[in-house]
Design a binder for this molecule. Structure first.
Ligand code: ATP
Ligand code: MG
Length: 139
């Protein structure tokens, strides 16, 4: 479940190349600074976003990221939606397991990202694609 309201317009970034992954990192860093996340929390959410953007590119065949500011009354945060129309993830429990990879990676992208953020949601189905939403709140 996600909480909080969107503030303003989300910013969209296509993910079709390594350069786009860098652009996602820069956008997430800028919004994390704007909502006053600590330096450590900025780095955590940028790292998570980088892993998910790379998965979107490598496994999803490209897609997009939408970066938004959210607010829950007391706190602000940054929320990012990663979306692709790739093959989807057949066994989500397996994919979320530390060390599982189908592609010769370390298998730490999904599981590590989940630990770095406050909220983590996945919708995926074979044939439709994958949507992952993460949120990091200021403390
Ligand atoms: N967007 C996606 N679409 C389809 N499959 C995905 C997607 N993201 C992840 N997966 C699947 O989940 C597996 C685990 O992803 P994860 O990011 O944890 O590891 P990895 O990318 O294989 O390695 P690492 O990220 O550590 O380099 C991937 O190997 C892939 O099979
Ligand atoms: Mg990965």
């Amino acid at each position: 479940m996600t909480t909080g309201l969107d503030l303003g317009q989300p910013q969209a970034q296509a993910i079709q190349s390594d350069e786009d992954v860098v652009r996602v990192r820069q956008l997430v860093r800028a919004v994390a600074v704007a909502v006053k996340l600590s330096l450590v929390d900025q780095t955590k959410v940028v790292t998570a976003a980088s892993e998910l953007a790379r998965n979107t590119l490598v496994y999803g065949g490209g897609g997009s990221a939408e970066v938004a500011t959210v607010e829950n009354g007391r706190r602000k945060g940054v929320r990012i939606l990663f979306a692709d129309s790739g093959p989807g993830i057949a066994d989500l429990n397996l994919a979320m397991t530390d060390g599982y990879t189908s592609g010769g990676g370390l298998g730490l992208g999904l599981s590590g990202s989940r630990r770095l953020v406050d909220e983590f949601e996945i919708e995926t189905s074979p044939g439709t694609g994958t949507r992952i939403t993460i949120t990091k709140w200021s403390r």
